[in-house]
Design a protein around this ligand. Structure first.
Ligand code: C2O
Ligand code: CU
Length: 463
């Protein structure tokens, strides 16, 4: 309030003294998000800067914050040499704004623009990323955090967004290794990086105070890496998954698994003492715990720890009723290296696995390789659906549904937390349930982005 008053007074006096006509006039256009090439020092300082693709020149892109129930209004300006589009991951969005090139919009050509304008019904931690050739564009840096704020936010000293990522760089020149869709990574676990980091740097350090309470918003923006995480010198609770509040804060006792595209909101207290360094640790490729983000402790926020936080306020439409009478669907994930698949339908005809592989395709969902003209399922608006997912491959997959969140159905019929991306392990049977309450054409795909590009993408229609 005070700031605004002061600012108004300042502007008023300027206008009075200088005269409006002499002030530079800036057309009141829409807020933009410009996709463009830039360089960033992702690697340690002894390496060169990396040429990256960015939103507004930064990797990750700017943190967008909006109040729950408000709108995101951004004009995508494409200054990249290739067509692109933006997907707002996890937002239960108006279908026309979902950003899927070829399904909900045409990709925006170089030099073109597209106006995204949509309501955000749910508070929580979401993210945005390119959805045209995602396996390359996201790997080059086109992603950022989208935070939707609760009107009644929990009391914390600080709110920190941590975008976890990895980059596959050539150690000689610190530039991205190409091709992005190497058959070896497509047919195996996907493209994983040789440099890991947070918020665009390999060694994120953020100073904290003893007993300070932080809200950490973890986002996995990597192409294919499953982060296995642990807290050190921090103690706390998981309060939300994929944006959606848990009914009760869950104490963090074990490791946290963060699959590609998933988010975890934590509320943690700094239990490390002054002079120590608290950290978010990851289990590394060399079987060691390494800091993913460091929190050096200086000073004290308070002499004692606080009480357990309250649960976050629930979002609307979080129930999944009618499980027993739900429509049932089955999906089998097949293919990949070391898989059993002999062939599948591609572009309307049956193809052997070798022929598929020759065209850079390695995976299928229920016998279909990639997108089809007709949806995997046509759902009636408002109906409850149970989808069984069988992983008949040798790899884990992070399956993501656009436009709606789902809950896992446990063997005994109880429902798990609401999510938009679920990690499926080989030979594991999963079942998810959701209310098809958002009309439109929605993708369902693996968020190991190379898998999505080589067969593991389908769609459903809700009308
Ligand atoms: Cu985050 Cu279809 O993706
Ligand atoms: Cu996959």
């Amino acid at each position: 309030m005070t700031n605004r008053m002061t600012r108004r007074a300042f502007c008023g006096s300027m206008a009075g003294t200088v005269g409006l006509a002499t002030l530079p006039v800036r057309a009141a256009g829409p807020q933009t998000l410009t996709a463009r090439v830039a360089t960033a020092q992702i690697a340690p300082p002894q390496y060169a800067a990396t040429e990256v693709w960015t939103y507004d020149g930064a990797v990750p892109g700017p943190v967008l914050r909006v109040p729950q129930g408000g709108r995101v209004s951004r004009r995508l300006v494409n200054e990249l040499p290739v067509p692109t589009s933006i997907h707002w991951h996890g937002i239960r969005i108006d279908n026309a704004m979902d950003g899927v090139a070829g399904l909900t919009q045409e990709a925006v050509p170089p030099g073109g623009t597209f106006d995204y304008d949509f309501a955000v019904p749910d508070a929580g931690t979401y993210w945005y990323h390119a959805h045209s050739n995602s396996f390359e564009q996201v790997a080059r840096g086109l992603s950022g955090a989208l935070i939707v704020e609760e009107a009644d936010a929990p009391e914390v000293d600080r709110d920190e967004v941590l975008v976890l990522d990895d980059w596959l760089l050539n150690p000689e020149d610190a530039q991205f290794m190409t091709p992005f869709g190497h058959p070896m990574s497509l047919s195996h676990g996907g493209r994983t990086g040789n440099l890991l980091g947070t918020n665009g740097t390999y060694d994120l350090a953020s100073g904290v105070k003893a007993n300070e309470r932080l809200r950490l918003r973890l986002i996995n923006a990597s192409n294919a890496r499953i982060f296995v995480l642990r807290l050190a010198g921090l103690e706390g609770w998981t309060v939300a998954l994929d944006g959606m509040p848990l009914p009760e804060p869950q104490p963090v006792e074990a490791e946290l698994i963060l699959a590609p595209a998933q988010r975890i909101d934590l509320i943690v207290d700094v239990t490390a003492e002054e002079g120590e360094t608290a950290a978010l640790l990851r289990f590394d490729d060399d079987d060691q715990w390494q800091p993913q983000a460091r929190f050096p402790v200086a000073g004290q926020a308070s002499a004692t720890r606080r009480d357990t936080p309250a649960a976050l306020p629930p979002n609307p439409r979080m129930e999944v009723p009618g499980i027993d009478s739900a429509r049932r669907l089955d999906m089998v994930m097949e293919g990949g290296a070391m898989g059993r698949m002999s062939g599948a339908m591609m572009n309307g005809r049956n193809m052997g696995f070798r022929e598929m592989a020759g065209q850079g395709q390695f995976w299928a969902l229920s016998g279909q390789v990639g997108m089809t003209d007709t949806p995997f399922a046509s759902l009636d608006r408002g109906e409850t659906v149970r989808l069984r997912l069988t992983n008949d491959t040798a790899f884990p997959h992070a399956m993501h549904l656009h436009g709606m969140h789902f809950r896992q159905v446990a063997g005994d019929g109880t429902l798990g937390p609401m999510r938009d991306t679920i990690l499926s392990y080989p030979d594991e049977l999963l079942e998810i349930a959701f209310v098809a309450d958002n009309p439109g054409k929605w993708l369902f795909h693996c968020h190991m982005l190379g898998h999505a590009a080589s067969g593991m993408t389908t769609w459903i229609n809700v009308s």
